[in-house]
Design a protein around this ligand. Structure first.
Ligand code: ZN
Length: 431
């Protein structure tokens, strides 16, 4: 006897017509033709059921602040940082919480139930940290929110940056952040990586740094991050976010760097929407794409997961809480158009991110939490292509969001009256 059975589900690994039996919030069976009874049944009608999406890199303290106190006129990364500096003294805990909760509503509707958010620790008031810790508690019934202590203005460069980051960790922030390429000098950047890895080792915390988010091919803090990871025994617990300078690095140097990163088991987090938008701004033509070397890193066995980074904030006026939009951009920027690539890209917004965040019981096997999304799509390719409606989002086996399927009614001579956008037009199972 199950509480709920989802019948006729297609799965991201290509299996079709599978039933998922859920009891006590967990997957109790996942196979074709479950004969047991259930309190409730959902017929997925051969739509795809995925584990809920994960965003491994976000800024929840800045989200939905677009236009406050003014717009980013140039649209650049550096004006975004300056603008955030103007907004920061004006931030109140209440407004931060309100915007973050509103964003989390969007996230749930998009099937996004796990988020790692960087929280700026540069303002010694730490109102951002107080607010995000409260948000974490309030959304805990439906979103798993991890927080990273992020010294936006530099760990050494900001006044009291060192003290403020330590205080944020004392207050209960989960992960040690950093921004070595924004320190005053290369040496300061390297020193900040060493200091922050030491803190993580002492406190038993993971590390996730904004690292080399620049087009400068000589920005090589990822090398230091990998080396310090090994020195402090932090293998598998360290993430390098962005790593855009790798796009521009010398190929010979990268041939030495990638094996070092693999040895350190660095989790790589490119942010395709933001990287394609903000990098390459000093180029004329040809213009660099500015995303790190995703295909090469994956081929070397590194764990790569894609983040959204921003949604309607000083750096990015767009964004919608949709990890399939992130995946769609990754396919284009990374030229990940091969048959196998779609699978890798989908893993990069689901299972790979679960590994980056250290999530337990995530996925589609017996014993995993029933945190699921039913998509108006039949397979992975269609999910990424269409960014379709999230027909139902389940947390612990309970439906917490429903969206009506998208369809169009046509009035065309000799043509069907409707298009159902969730059916693969080239698939033999299409009606
Ligand atoms: Zn970021």
């Amino acid at each position: 006897m199950f509480d709920l059975i989802i019948r006729n589900a297609n799965l991201p690994d290509g299996r079709k017509g599978i039933d998922i039996g859920i009891a006590n919030g967990k997957i109790g069976a996942i196979e074709a033709g479950i004969s047991a009874e259930a309190g409730e049944t959902i017929d997925a009608t051969n739509r795809m059921v995925s584990p809920a999406f994960i965003d491994p890199h976000f800024h929840m303290d800045a989200t939905l602040s677009l236009g406050l106190p003014r717009m980013n006129v140039s649209g650049t990364l550096l004006e975004g940082i300056a603008l955030w500096g103007e907004l920061r003294p004006l931030l109140t805990k209440e407004a931060l919480i309100e915007r973050a909760l509103a964003y989390c509503d969007y996230a749930v509707s998009q099937g996004l139930l796990f988020i790692r958010s960087h929280v700026d620790t540069s303002d010694p008031r730490l109102v951002t940290v107080e607010a995000m810790l409260e948000v974490k508690e309030r959304v805990a019934p439906y979103i798993d929110l991890q927080l990273v202590a992020f010294p936006q203005d530099g760990y050494y460069r900001a006044k009291d940056g060192v003290k403020s980051l330590e205080r944020a960790l004392d207050m209960g922030v989960d992960v040690v952040g950093g921004i070595p390429h924004f320190e005053r000098t290369m040496q300061d950047g390297a020193a900040s990586v060493e200091a922050l890895c030491r803190i993580a080792a002492e406190r038993g915390l993971p590390v996730d740094m904004h690292c080399d988010e620049t087009d400068d091919p000589m920005s090589r803090h990822i090398e230091t991050l990998a080396a310090e990871t090994i020195r402090f025994g932090l293998q598998g617990r360290v993430a390098g976010s962005h790593l855009t300078s790798m796009h521009s690095m010398d190929n010979y140097y990268v041939s030495k760097l990638i094996p070092l990163m693999a040895e350190a088991e660095i989790n790589v987090i490119p942010n395709p929407l933001i990287n394609i938008m903000l990098q390459g701004r000093h180029d004329t033509y040809p213009k660099r794409r500015g995303m790190t070397r995703v295909r090469e890193l994956m081929a070397a066995g590194l764990n790569v997961s894609f983040g959204q980074d921003c949604c309607m904030d000083p750096w990015y006026s767009m964004g919608s809480g949709d990890m399939l939009e992130v995946a769609h951009m990754a396919v284009h920027v990374g030229q990940l158009s091969g048959v196998e690539d779609k699978q890798r890209v989908f893993e990069a917004i689901t299972t790979n991110s679960a590994k980056t965040l250290g999530l337990k019981d995530y996925g589609l096997t017996v014993g995993c939490n029933a945190d699921l999304v039913i998509l108006q799509a039949e397979d992975v390719l269609e999910a990424i292509r269409l960014k379709p409606a999230r027909l139902a989002v389940l947390k612990g086996g309970k439906v917490i969001s429903r969206t009506a399927p998208k369809e169009s009614e046509l009035s065309l001579p000799g043509r069907p009256a409707k298009i159902d956008f969730g059916r693969n037009p080239t698939s033999s199972t299409a009606e």
